[in-house]
Write a protein that binds this ligand. Structure first.
Ligand code: DAH
Length: 336
């Protein structure tokens, strides 16, 4: 049997190469391992032994011809790309814009909160998300029977039948980082503590089992309530980027005395105005200072804690907390 190379040779000569795509097409059709030439080579076995040498020579010539055509066309194409601009090029055109990602609304809000406190000379402190009972509750003046410890509110990693001292849990707030900070550094202390917190809550439009808080702690000699108030107002005005109407309502937290909650007046077009709670705060309870060996007769402090999701929802008019965690691109790209 003979191998017919003529039709392939003709096809190689006639193939039109005028672009990178057609060059690649040429390579695939003739030169590649699955191309025409390779296919012809694979028929060598069917050829009578005494004709094989001749057939091999013809096939090799064909292969070289295809390669030569490829090399020449490639060189030509490359030369035309790097050649001087033609008259139709408009050098004033903007280069194509590459799409870039955007920051998550929680990140944007946290950045705004950080800015306020950096201005006031606060630095950032962090602590673990897995805490023990001492840091999350006891040192913060929660009595042993406090309902926050209840299984319904707290995710326990380890629950000891005999002693709460051995309990391990997912922190329910960022306040334990206050304790860690005060154990590590003597006053003056000015720190904010951003981070994730966890609560055993069902998932609804307004609650989630995970969210973010920012805690702030200032401990020094003579820290007073007026400074707390000043800080809260500055915080609210910077985060919401306007003068705010606010009220400080007496409240209760085990770790502060007195304690307060801050509301701001919220008005939206077409809706009735209302008070919305934005954070909790207070003067650090003497028992908390004692638990970390700071003398409450010498030092005082204020603390505050806020939810980042809450702040972000108000800033951007978001009504369903779940959307923060969906990573739906249609939501995220609105924060470019
Ligand atoms: N830890 C509180 C919570 O999880 C928030 C809080 C309130 C923090 C008052 C504070 C504070 O530091 O002073 O709801």
């Amino acid at each position: 049997m003979k191998i017919d190379t003529e039709s392939t040779r003709k096809a190689i000569r006639d193939f039109e190469i005028n672009s990178a795509e057609s060059l690649e097409q040429f390579r695939l059709t003739f030169i590649s391992r699955k191309g025409k030439v390779a296919e012809l080579f694979s028929k060598m076995g069917t050829i009578a032994a005494d004709e094989r040498a001749e057939a091999g020579k013809v096939l090799n010539e064909l292969k070289n011809e295809a390669q030569a055509r490829f090399d020449e066309a490639k060189q030509k194409l490359e030369a035309s790309v790097t050649s001087v601009r033609t008259a139709t090029d408009d050098i004033t055109l903007q280069p194509p814009v590459r799409p870039v990602g955007s920051f998550h609304p929680l990140t944007l809000t946290l950045e705004e909160i950080k800015k306020v406190f950096f201005r006031l000379g606060f630095s950032i402190a962090e602590g673990p998300e897995i805490e023990d009972d001492f840091h999350n509750f006891t040192s913060l003046n929660f009595p042993p029977e406090h309902p926050a410890r209840d299984m319904q509110d707290t995710f326990y990693i380890h629950k000891d039948e005999n002693s709460i001292d051995n309990d391990l849990l997912l922190r329910t707030h960022t306040s334990p980082v206050q304790i860690r900070k005060m154990l590590e550094q003597r006053p003056p202390i000015r720190s904010i503590m951003p981070g994730r917190v966890y609560r055993n809550e069902s998932v609804t439009y307004k609650s989630y089992f995970l969210f973010h808080q920012v805690e702030a702690l200032y401990v020094d000699k003579n820290v007073n309530f007026a400074e707390l108030k000043e800080t809260l107002v500055m915080l609210a005005e910077m985060v919401f980027n306007r003068k705010v109407k606010y009220r400080l309502r007496p409240s209760f937290f085990p770790f502060t005395e007195p304690s307060l909650e801050m509301d701001i007046w919220w008005e939206q077009p077409g809706k009735e105005g209302r008070w919305l709670e934005i954070l909790g705060a207070g003067m650090v309870h003497p028992n908390v200072l004692r638990s970390v060996d700071i003398d409450p007769e010498v030092y005082s402090g204020f603390a505050l804690g806020m939810g980042v999701e809450r702040m972000a929802s108000l800033r951007y008019g978001i009504e369903d907390i779940r959307i923060f965690y969906d990573n739906d691109i249609r939501f995220l790209e609105q924060f470019q």
